[in-house]
Design a protein around this ligand. Structure first.
Ligand SMILES: *Cc1c(COP(=O)(O)O)cnc(C)c1O
Length: 393
């Protein structure tokens, strides 16, 4: 590590779509001493965490909490609910939708991909038509990314959930970059499986994957024949009444989750959603005022991550480097085929409007220094206007 690098990191503004900034309150909660994971202290924490998660997911019953990256949650969502050869409809509009589909293929499912051009959202009517054609009910599951982090698109989850009507397919949702930032109501919207990772809007370090299941999903898990052991939700269910987990839980991560859920309760879930809507709108207004264009189609732009096309003549790598080295602002690059085309600003979790203003100010300076003509202050001013408008309401 170069001298001073550690100090730099302390002052870095981390504006990537996960891992996100972890507030000091959560970091200090994580440094508590270890406890017996089969003892009464853990049981008390288990109850509090489950109660908090039910609120944030809008779910019933206990949730399954794995020590894992978010992708483990996606694998669990595939492994637990199907049998070899089952057909699933994978709705994919970017990198994470593709990943969900690939997991299902590896598990030997018949995967039918319903794709859209990157930057566009999934179309509820197309999904409705495909389900209507499926008169023999071959499709056992629909895999859907709520918020496609690679393109900055928020899919219309509630509408898609509705178009299933009488079709029995389970709806499995990757909500890794949306839960706790964008509205999601598992029970009311009849989502069967909702998978989440800890390091995005939930504001805690990487290391937990969480699954919320509907009663229909629990039933499917009992009938499903795909092999699984570590991911088996039924092993978790056996431990629910003991307020425990089948294998050693990531105790420090649980401390963090408990603290994060307290923070969400203090701010209030509606206020959390409103703050993210504000951050999203400020970011979009700011970058557009600089003459930059957004990848995502209008009306479906995510309030947790914004994918911005780099202007001609500016290399993504150079822009990100200037932001990081000269201004201490860290943004993400593009993923997959978008690697050279976009950079992404994450604005989820413990992020404030002032963080957006700082990011835009740095972006203006970095673009200028790379010879791209911008009028300093235009992006910041546009975002300020959004903020002032919200405050005035
Ligand atoms: C981050 C992310 C994931 C994967 O999370 P990992 O913890 O990196 O495995 C999956 N889906 C979406 C939509 C994400 O944003």
């Amino acid at each position: 590590m170069r001298e001073g690098e550690e100090g730099m990191q302390q002052n870095q503004l981390l504006m990537i779509p996960g891992p996100t900034y972890v507030p000091p309150r959560i970091l200090s909660a994580m440094s508590a001493p270890m406890i017996n994971h089969r003892g009464p202290e853990f049981q008390a924490m288990y109850r509090e965490v489950q109660e908090g998660l039910r609120t944030v997911f809008g779910a019933q019953g206990d949730l399954v909490i794995y020590p894992s990256a978010g992708t483990g949650g996606l694998e669990a969502a595939v492994a637990n609910f199907f049998s070899p050869g089952d057909r699933v409809l994978a709705v994919t509009v970017g990198v994470f939708g593709d990943r969900f589909a690939t997991i299902a293929e590896r598990f030997g499912l018949q995967v039918e991909r319903l794709t859209e051009e990157w930057g566009r959202a999934a179309d509820p009517d197309r999904i409705a038509r495909r389900l209507a054609e499926d008169r023999t009910r071959e499709i056992k599951g629909i895999l859907l990314t709520h918020n496609e982090t690679s393109t900055g698109v928020a899919n219309p989850l509630r509408e898609i959930a509705r178009v299933r009507e009488g079709h029995p397919a389970l709806l499995l949702v990757d909500a890794v970059s949306s839960l706790g930032a964008l509205e999601l109501k598992a029970q009311e919207w009849e989502l069967d499986v909702v998978a989440v990772g800890s390091q995005k809007a939930l504001m805690i370090p990487p290391g937990l994957a969480i699954l919320a299941l509907s009663p229909r999903a629990w039933q499917a898990a009992e009938e499903a024949r795909l092999p699984r052991f570590y991911w088996d939700v039924l092993a978790y269910r056996k431990n629910f009444e003991k307020q425990s987990t089948p294998y050693t839980p990531a105790v420090p991560q649980w401390y963090a989750l408990r603290e994060a859920l307290r923070m969400v309760a203090e701010e209030g879930l509606p206020a959390v959603y409103e703050r993210h809507a504000l951050l999203g709108e400020m970011t979009r207004s700011g970058v557009q005022a600089l003459g930059l264009s957004l990848l995502a189609e209008a009306g479906r732009r995510s309030d947790t991550v914004t994918a911005v096309r780099v202007p001609p003549g500016v290399a993504v790598g150079r822009l990100r480097q200037a932001l990081r080295e000269d201004y201490g602002v860290v943004v993400a690059g593009g993923q997959g085929k978008l690697a050279e085309e976009v950079f992404r600003i994450g604005h989820l979790g413990c992020i404030s409007p002032m963080d957006i203003l700082s990011t835009l100010a740095a972006l203006e300076l970095a673009l200028s220094s790379l010879g791209h003509p911008v009028h300093l202050g235009d992006g910041v001013a546009a975002a300020q206007k959004v903020l002032a408008g919200r405050k005035a309401r």
